[in-house]
Structures are given as structure tokens and as C-alpha cells.
Design a protein around this ligand. Sequence first.
Ligand code: UD1
Length: 425
Amino acid sequence: MDKFVIKGPCKVRGQVSISGSKNSALPLLASTILFDEDVILENIPRVQDCNTMLNLLKSLGKIIKFSKNRRIVKISKAKRPKYFASYSIVKTMRAGILVLGPLVAKYHKSISSFPGGCILNGNSGRPIDLHLSALQKLGMKYSIKNGYIRASSKGKLKGTSIKFPTISVGASQQLIISSVLASGVSLISGLATEPEVKDLTNFLKKAGAKIKWVGKRTCRIIGVKKLKGIRYSVMGDRIETGTFCVAATLTKGKLKIKNFDPKLIQTELKILKKAGAKIKESKNQILIEGPKKIKNIRNIVTKEYGGFPTDLQPIFMVLLCKAEGISTITEKIFQGRFLHVMELQRLGAQISIKNAKAVINGNPNFGIGAEVMSSDLRASAALVLAGLTSKGITTISRVYHLDRGYEQFEKKLKKIGANIKRVSG
Ligand code: UD1
């Protein structure tokens, strides 16, 4: 298993180009199950989760062809479609569940493994009840046996009115994809409005789906017979962008961050400005410079889009470890998402957690290098940033978590001045 070895403190300077969004690419890839014509997706990030999703599509019979740099992928119709999403592929990735709806929508049957993915909620796990109950309302029947969801429908799924009781990004994507070829009209409310959900509806619309956002969280979808083949470029990754913004702010660095629309991360940029960062936004670019002293921030609360994203919670926590004074972050999406805290404490952080609220007693001299372990994807990135700002050597193990979602993270960091290397074994 690979490790990162970081010699700190390091300052990041220069420019970095943002990759395609993993969380957008995955539902787009899953939705290609609906297509008979070829789909060409550009700006696919070269990360493990996308490889896993492409392997899953291959196992379902789809024909996958990459461009030379593997950033463009063509997905063609399965000659002999299969309906079995195996545990061995789906176990590492939450988004594996996203093939269930499209398989039933297209072929009226599926045997799909329960998904894996980051453990973000301690013993509460990451349920899929919202996915299943919404698909049931479209006419899917299912039973659960040996860790598999055995699902079927009598012919086409049937459009209807569905209101999500709580907001879920994945369940919203699942239901939108599954309604596109359903008969009749679906009126879906209580949808997540994350940019990745909007990227999905834009993509499907371009392919001929009749989807209209008729309210802030409501879509009307009129079922169509088929989708037409298209070429589409995946949006940029807002979590990667946020991570590099924090890297600059944390290390008193200066970065030009390219290929991302700053309008999509206004909440995060506002907080970074409060912490003291100087930020200049232009079309698809952010210039960011870290302050001499980082100011503490009280009352960050993770929320659905528009609010502060849970995926950046561990990363901003590192910044606040280095601020002057007390900061707080309350986790409202995954209340158990604090596995990184113990590791940050090894580097000298003073953090206490009560009722999903982290109180961070910041110290401008934070951190001293130590051996730490990644627990999940975003926690891994947080530990890397903590390593950059810590004095001495920080060794981060289990970086396979990070490889699931950040494209060439250590290479990008090296280019902007970080002293980081990957060690195998
Ligand atoms: C997606 C993102 C993940 C991000 C999360 C929240 C992908 C591949 N992953 O995950 O990076 O952290 O959104 O922005 O895009 N829930 C249920 N039942 C369900 C589904 C969800 O109770 O059937 C709960 C979850 O436990 C959680 C909340 O709803 O507390 C939100 O989760 P959800 O938005 O579904 O996250 P994911 O789609 O899994």
C-alpha cells in the first residue's frame, strides 16, 4: 500500500489546473446504460472511482474506448447486455448503486450489490432507503438476498409524483436518470441542487431527455422513447478546487487556480476571505493568496448546496487548526464524519467533538510531523494539507483512499512547490 512522505513546512506557489469532477462523472457514466447510441465524455478525471465505474459498465457489456490521455472516453452499446453489478466491483464505491435504476429503466431487471464507499457516518452507515423507495414509486419491485438487490419492473418504469422526505444527492441522481425513459410524466420534488445534479440534467437534456427544473428543488420529466448519442464535457471538480484554495491559504502561498468557475463555490470563498485570504475571481479562474495570520471562524455548518459542503469539512478543519483562537464546525450531513480528528491530533491539533460539533482551538504554530493514517477520501486530502504545514516529516498511509478521488494530487502539489513523495509498500 502506497504512502505519502511530506517534508514540511512547505509553501505552495504557481498555478494548478482543476480536473473534471468525480462526483459528476460517476452519475453521467451510470446514465450511459440508458443509451443505444455512442456517448463521448470529455474531462473525465483519471481517478480510481471513475476506473471502477468504467469497469462496472464493461462488466455490464458496454464497450469502452479511451483517448490516448484517458481523459476522453467513448461508451458504446452493449452487444449482450448484462444486469449483474457484482460485489467485487461495487464494494469500493458508493456510486455503484447508481446503475440500479438505469438497468431497471432500460432492461427491466437488475441484480446489484449493495455499494461500498467512504465510511462517513460511523455505525449509522450510509443507507440507500431513499434510492429504493423512490424507484419503487416508479414501479420497481425488489427483494434483498445475500447482499444483492434483485430488482425488476413489468415493462417500462412509470412516471409519477415523488417527493423526497430528505435531500440526497445520490438518490436525486438515481431518480432523475431512471425517470428519463419512463412512460408518462414524473414530478420530482425535494431534489438536491448540487452543481453535479445540474450537470447531470444538462447532460441528459442535451441527449434529448425532457427535463425541466420547475422549482428550486423540483423537476418535471416527460419520458422519451430513447436518448441520442452526444459528446459532453464533465464540469470541473469543486472539492478539488476548494482543497487547493485551502492549500494556498494555509501555507501563506499564492496560487492561480484554473479551469473552474468560481461562481460555484461562493460560500467557501467567503469563508476563506474571512480567514484572511486575498481572492480575485475571473472567468474560470481564481487567484488566491494566503494571509500572514489566519483568522478563526465560528459557526461553519455543513449543509446541502448553497451551504458549506461536507466534503470540504475535514479540509477546512486543518485551516482552522492553524488559525488564531477558537473555531467551530458543525456536521449536519454525515454526523459521524470526524475520523480525521484523531489523526490531526497526532500532529498537535486541539479539537474536541460534541454532538457533531467540532471545537477547534487553533494555534498559528500548528503542526509537528508524525505518522498518520487516511480513513476516507477527503480525510486523506486533509492530512496531506496538514503535512504541508507541519514541521518535519509526516507520513500518511492508506493513500488509496485519496487515489479514489483526486487526480495526480501529489504530482500537482509537487509542481507548486510541495515536498511530497509517494512511497510504495
Ligand atoms: C454524495 C457525494 C459525497 C457527498 C454527499 C453529500 C458522490 C459520489 N458522493 O454522496 O461526496 O459527501 O453527496 O454532499 O457524489 N441518506 C439516507 N438514505 C439514502 C441516501 C442518503 O438516509 O438512501 C442520507 C445520508 O446518510 C446522509 C444524507 O442522506 O446523511 C446525504 O447523503 P447523500 O446526499 O445521499 O450522499 P451521497 O449521494 O451518498
